[in-house]
Design a protein around this ligand. Sequence first.
Ligand code: MG
Length: 262
Amino acid sequence: MSIIYKSKDEIEKIRVSSQLVAETLQRLADAIRPGMTTLELDRMAEAYVAEHGAVPAFKGYRGFPASVCVSINEEVVHGIPSASRRLEEGDIVSLDFGVLKDGYYGDAAVTVPVGKVSEEARRLLRITRDSLYRGIEQVKADAHLGDVSHVIQDHAEGAGYFVVRAFVGHGIGSSLHEAPQVPNFGAPGQGPRLRPGMVLAIEPMVNVGTQDVRVLDDEWTVVTADRSLSAHFEHTVAITDNGTEILTLLDGGVTPAGDEGL
Ligand code: MG
């Protein structure tokens, strides 16, 4: 697979989908409270994008049965929303959501505390989010993709955590997953050069106790091998002739969610 460079018009379409993703995640994050089911979150997201003439990107993707990936505590990614799974005070919940509108995708994730969480959980969220933003600072024309991967790894590991190797970020556009793969580990100066027209979904997954993961019997939910906590943050980012833009950042510069109190 080779990298597909996007025109200004294509980036505009990805921006529209990405803003819808950011708005949806903000709504879900604002609604989260102990006692609600993960299926309620899924329904809210579906209803919101339907009102805006868009389609949830993950539903049916390789058979995924829902619209939002909701992954709690030791769950890393791809948790399936359920009417029987209730959020509890002290949980951390990762919401990963993508939208397709007018032929183009946007994709983002945020991990949100449910009520009051432990200091360890708060630190994990903060470090994971900051590793994403430090990675994004490296996204510029003529840099190497490895520069981005390296700073993400360095920030997470420097805090004593582990980055997941089995799942990586990706190019995004008229397909949900395009070249290049965007690992959250690597060496500076390595990998493809970044060029205007590239659009990347960058998504560090950071674990407290191990980089290793397992897939549960539902064949979707990925958990840490040692069942330690995991966090996940993601943005869709475009390189343009005018610089780098985070397309899934809500207007006004507010992080999609989870910023408060980390
Ligand atoms: Mg993604």
